[in-house]
Ligand binder design. Structure first.
Ligand SMILES: Cc1cc2nc3c(=O)[nH]c(=O)nc-3n(C[C@H](O)[C@H](O)[C@H](O)COP(=O)(O)OP(=O)(O)OC[C@H]3O[C@@H](n4cnc5c(N)ncnc54)[C@H](O)[C@@H]3O)c2cc1C
Length: 461
């Protein structure tokens, strides 16, 4: 174990927010340590591109949000510790990380920036654990990261703009898309027009994806969801069905597609494990995408010295993360006694307001009614690691285990390999739905160190 690596600021996450912050802080002469568990820089949206070896990646993207990156980012690469997963952090700013899967390092910075991004969320259905059922994010990673199609034909289902984006990407890569099932309404997409003025790039992006899909003549069903996926050893068939305005399946509308691949995605949830473990306050705001880290104007959390930026303070896409990366960097500079440009801060805050308004619109589009979670059949697996079904959860709730922490004790859900990263947000929604409580009344699953699986070997080095 390498103990006590000191630096001015440790940044967790080399996505849009983390990278922007790192460059600004490095430019001010601060000693920075950036850690990311992946082998790439750029986070979820730019994941496949090596950087800083190829800093032009940001300039090649035709998005004002990306173009807003400070000019210096093109010339001042910051060393990034890749394949380094942060497994714990406490309120005294001590960080524990596993490097290259074989060594534990301990970092004690003066300030920390958590920029850990988001992950996809799901609505479980019969057959969702079959091989061949993948997330829309996984489909995108295969195409963007490895240049391969997930399968030569596929059905895409779920909710929201990311579903549209991945479907269009699949078509552009000459995949044979059999059908798209979007739980949302077409009117939701058209509503983008009224919200597009401040986010013109997003409007263009969305229009491009829609044009690709509509031009391909692939059946694009709205108010439709997966009823079930079936197959003996792996996925063979997908049944899609229409839903009414309350999100209830309309009997007799089932349509069968024969395919070995189904990509599903229902939006995003912030990766809050590290802020939670450090003791940072969180707040629930549906317009920000649910539970998020609470920060002040300088992006400092309730724990002094721990700053948070990007998707973990609210789901609103790459532009918000870029803006917040810069705002958080300036907050850290101020904290460490450096001068900051107040005018620039004010400009960034204004820009952030616009992207937040757009984000709120998208988060409203992503809202799934409780009826959908109540309707999950009892036999469907919810916690995949520990094999806990919807029926198990409902029985435990009836016995009084009606919070994620109590369910974890009663059933072990959230205690497996993924540590609740997949089932956690689903369990929160199920608990809210079956107990008829607002989602904000259901706390998050408790988080323990290590927040990610780590090998014993690493501790022995
Ligand atoms: C699967 C997926 C695909 C997406 N694709 C797109 C897209 O194509 N276009 C788009 O505009 N938006 C996309 N998004 C939304 C995306 O989250 C934002 O647009 C943008 O990437 C957010 O930037 P960020 O810096 O907040 O987080 P991210 O870019 O996600 O960066 C967070 C980084 O933190 C790292 N990290 C997290 N936890 C740890 C840890 N414990 N230790 C070490 N490193 C850690 C991650 O590896 C990641 O690189 C996607 C989101 C997901 C989940």
């Amino acid at each position: 174990m390498t103990l006590g690596i000191k630096c001015d600021t440790a940044i967790v996450g080399a996505g849009c927010a983390g990278v922007v912050a790192a460059h600004i802080l490095a430019d001010h002469g601060l000693d920075i340590l950036v850690m990311d568990e992946t082998p790439h820089t750029g986070g979820q949206s730019l994941r496949s591109l090596p950087w800083p070896q190829n800093p032009s990646i940001f300039t090649g993207l035709n998005r004002p949000g990306i173009r807003r990156l400070p000019g210096r980012i093109k010339t001042a690469p910051v060393p990034i510790m890749h394949r380094t997963q942060v497994i714990g952090i406490d309120g005294h700013l001590e960080i524990l990380a596993e490097k290259n899967g074989k060594e534990i390092i301990c970092i004690t910075p003066q300030a920390v920036l958590l920029a850990t991004g988001a992950r996809e969320t799901f609505v479980p259905f019969p057959g969702w654990t079959l091989p061949g059922v993948i997330s829309t994010g996984a489909a995108q990673i295969l195409m963007k990261g490895s240049g391969i199609l997930p399968a030569d034909n596929m059905v895409a289902a779920g909710l929201g703009p990311f579903l549209t984006a991945v479907s269009a990407e699949y078509l552009s890569n000459r995949g044979r898309l059999l059908s798209i099932a979007d739980f949302g309404k077409m009117q939701g997409k058209l509503g983008m027009l009224t919200h597009g003025f401040h986010q013109f790039s997003k409007l263009l992006e969305g229009t491009r994806y829609l044009a690709k899909i509509l031009g391909s003549k692939v059946p694009f069903h709205h108010q439709t969801m997966v009823l079930e996926a079936t197959g003996t050893k792996e996925l063979e068939r997908v049944v899609l069905a229409r839903v009414d305005n309350q999100g209830k399946i309309i009997a007799g509308t089932g349509k069968i597609y024969t395919t070995g691949c189904l990509a599903i995605g229902w939006g995003f949830a912030p990766n809050l494990e590290l802020p939670l473990q450090a003791g940072c306050a969180i707040l629930h705001d549906p317009e920000l995408g649910g539970w998020v880290t609470a920060v002040n104007d300088a992006f400092e959390s309730s724990i002094p010295g721990i700053f948070c930026a990007g998707e973990i303070t609210g789901i609103a896409g790459a532009s918000k993360s870029i803006i917040e990366g810069e705002l958080a960097a300036r907050g850290i500079l101020e904290k460490l006694g450096r001068e900051v440009d107040e005018n620039r801060m004010a400009v960034l805050q204004r820009q952030r307001k616009h992207v937040l308004a757009f984000g709120a619109y998208f988060n409203r589009l992503h809202r799934v009614p409780d009826t959908v979670f109540c309707a999950i059949p009892d036999t469907v697996t919810i916690c995949r690691c520990e094999n806990i079904t919807m029926g198990d959860i409902k029985t435990a709730v009836k016995k009084g285990y009606d919070t994620p922490a109590l369910l974890k004790k009663a059933l072990r859900c959230g205690m497996g390999f993924c540590q609740g990263r997949t089932c956690g947000p689903v369990i929160n929604r199920i608990l809210a739905a079956v107990t008829n409580r607002p989602a904000g009344d259901i706390p998050m699953l408790p988080v323990r160190m290590p927040v990610k699986p780590v090998s014993v070997r690493s501790f022995l080095q």
